[in-house]
Design a binder for this molecule. Structure first.
Ligand code: HEC
Length: 171
């Protein structure tokens, strides 16, 4: 609802009316507040000429359930989709890193110790990355950790890639 009121439905109501609707949505979209306070009047006056039972393809706002449905908060990825994507990423990305790590291990530029660190780095970031998705589900505070881990993963990948490439160049 809020996305639409800031998007393609922006010109359908005044600033004040949109604010009232968003406020109502944010306060939990309660039916009691809908009928007793302003939201219903705004919907009737500004939205129902299009959003009514005669309209096809767009939700009918003469029924409260339909409005309620659209006023739900988007809670992001579900636990089942997180589980699925976590598996795919863990195995898929690990494989990519395995091959890059293998190629990198032939480079002669660094000592075995530094090579081991460089090879294990992306795995550490991968684990932190996936862990941070789950932590973000619990608290949005962790969202920035996803970015840090993603950048780390990309940087360690780029490092191995560039070093391996240089090796090939000198040969
Ligand atoms: C001139 C006709 C018209 C008016 C008036 C109108 N809408 Fe819409 N609305 C549409 C159309 C057409 C769509 C589908 C296209 C789109 O999403 O932009 C739509 C889509 C939407 C959606 C997305 C529905 C979905 O299933 O995802 C929401 C939410 C919405 N409108 C809210 C409102 C609200 C709130 C108002 C009143 C402030 C309003 N609209 C007034 C025509 C209208």
């Amino acid at each position: 609802m809020e996305t639409k009121l800031n998007g393609s439905m922006k010109d359908k109501a005044t600033e004040q009316e949109r604010f009232t609707l968003m406020q109502w949505v944010r306060d939990g979209a309660l039916e009691k507040e809908f009928t007793h306070l302003k939201p219903q009047k705004i919907i009737e006056a500004k939205c129902q000429m299009c959003h009514n039972e005669g309209a096809s393809g767009i939700p009918d706002f003469t029924k409260f359930e339909n409005i309620k449905e659209l006023a739900k908060q988007d809670e992001g990825a579900t636990f089942s989709s997180l589980t699925r994507v976590s598996h795919i990423h863990l195995f898929g990305i690990s494989f990519i890193f395995m091959f890059v790590g293998l190629i990198f291990s032939f480079s002669t530029t660094a000592s075995t110790f530094y090579k081991s660190v460089a090879i294990s780095m992306p795995y550490a970031f991968l684990i932190v990355d996936i862990l941070s998705w789950w932590l973000t589900k619990l608290s949005p505070m962790f969202a920035s950790l996803i970015m840090v881990a993603g950048v780390g993963m990309g940087a360690s990948f780029a490092f191995m890639w560039v070093v391996s490439k240089k090796l090939q160049f000198y040969k």
